[in-house]
Design a protein around this ligand. Sequence first.
Ligand code: FE2
Length: 365
Amino acid sequence: MEDFLPLKRIDHIEFYCGNAKQSAIYYQYAFGFKLTGYAGLETGNKENASYVLEQGKIRFILTSPYTDDSFISQHVKKHGDGVRDVAFEVDDAVKAFQETVKRGAIAVLEPTVFDTPEGKFVKSSIKTFGDTIHSFIDRKNYSGKLFPGFVDATNRSLKGITDTGLKSVDHMVGNVELGKMLNWVEFYANTLGFSQLLSFDDKDISTDYTALMSKVMQNNTGKIKIPINEPAPGKKKSQIEEYLDFYKTPGIQHIALTTPNIIETVKLLNERGVEFLTVPGTYYSELENRIGKIDEDIKELGKLGILVDKDEDGYLLQIFTKPVEDRPTLFFEIIQRKGARSFGKGNFKALFESIEREQSLRGTL
Ligand code: FE2
């Protein structure tokens, strides 16, 4: 069957935040991103300031409002800092909009052509869960590197900061409300033409307290993967409910970033103040029995808190940060795949227990 929505790549992920100027320093210093673009008052934008950050193929935009009555202000007030837009590059942003709206998507931005000296840039957007949107970006007739209205800001990038080896977005996870997972699975299937990769239910991944259900949706090429989580009834409040309580609506829970050398990446992130979840030492004494021989030194993985899981195609190494805002909402995963195409189901129990220790400290369990 023909793919009615051919997505080329994740063009960028846009975050709405309270103070983009300071967040831009955090992502540069702690995660090793380069500041490449800027838009704001000096460039004629009276609504908001935006900073473009890049590392490998990953592109983030951090945006803060100038006024108290803008939609961005309301978004920040309601959600705290968080992901507003997961934008896809497409060949035709008009067709992407028409095909998805025809299939039930709610329009956010009608196809809009930005006629610039660097050519035509076309953008359209549709709604997904919560206040999150997907934009379609067509830059095939646009020679600019960034976005219309942005200026190059590489000269403002922090000096002397190396990258941390992050290369691309592996997947992004959405948290939705209890009982709504299947609706959103159907949305990605029917409206965006995604298919389901694999699923695990609460029997696989419950602890005494936390339980969740999750289904992984991916686009036609398999390059774009969006797992959808919903809470499952447990004895106490699950991490998904905690997220929904603080974010106020469904939204992006975590973004997984790839590295070809997780040990080196995590060492650098540690030195620069990124905080990670830890698991008990017993996890590592049982690891070889569970996984078999791997290339990495288990002692070293244990020191850094890196987790390992395997499937029929190989294994993967992964680690999760603590939330990167004061509200316990969005966090990052760092992942290195060595053949495995799954998401670390074997680590969920150890991980959930770790998250519950954090929840207990926050008084939200
Ligand atoms: Fe993940």
